[in-house]
Design a protein around this ligand. Sequence first.
Ligand code: SF4
Length: 245
Amino acid sequence: MAVPVAEIFSSVQGEGPLLGCRQVFIRLAGCNLQCAFCDTTITAGPEFCQIEQHPGQRDFKQVENPLTAAGVAAMAGAFNLPLHHSISLTGGEPLLHIAFIQELAPLLQGTRHGIYLETNGTLAAALSAVIDLIDLVGMDLKLPSVSGMPPFWEEHQEFLKIASRKDVFVKVVVGADTSDAEIETAASIIDEVDSGITLVIQPVSPFGGVRGAAPGRLLELQALALRILADVRVIPQTHKLMGQL
Ligand code: SF4
């Protein structure tokens, strides 16, 4: 099984509750959504995978796609895995490649906390097929005001039920146009599964015409969600501030 991979590198996680944790990132190509704020330029089939040879040095080697699971595991394993909190399977949307993940995951041994899946939270059937191979799930819940797409409430609900079998948190990206009703719906979806699941409110990094929420508005949105959930945090993207990939 071989798939197009956009990047493999070692860095620190710049979003959510795992902020600052060292991870090896395996960025799989392709996505089933088209968010207005998306800053990933990966297409369904990039010709080459960029592999940083030494963390932070930007000394990329280009390897022709597609890559096999054994090949990706070998490249990830070259990064001194015991130093790393986990391996991040990210994208794009990694759950577009379930057969590849089923082959790859057992080969990714040696980090401190296993495999972290970073997903847009819409492909429940695909998650079911790999959930037993995953240790941690970071799930996006897409709000129409920021994504520019229709809501995926039912898909997210179904997805979160499966994801809650593992250690999971939910992230919502919010902007200037995010409404009270959206954040309350998101919190209620989480509450129906487990009100103890952490919700991360991430201010959008303005891109593609999407405007950021004012500081006071972020606190209002957090307060609204805290009426329903036990743990709601406001955490921006930080890897760009740190100059990390
Ligand atoms: S789900 Fe992620 S990768 Fe896909 S379009 Fe949205 S922001 Fe981009």
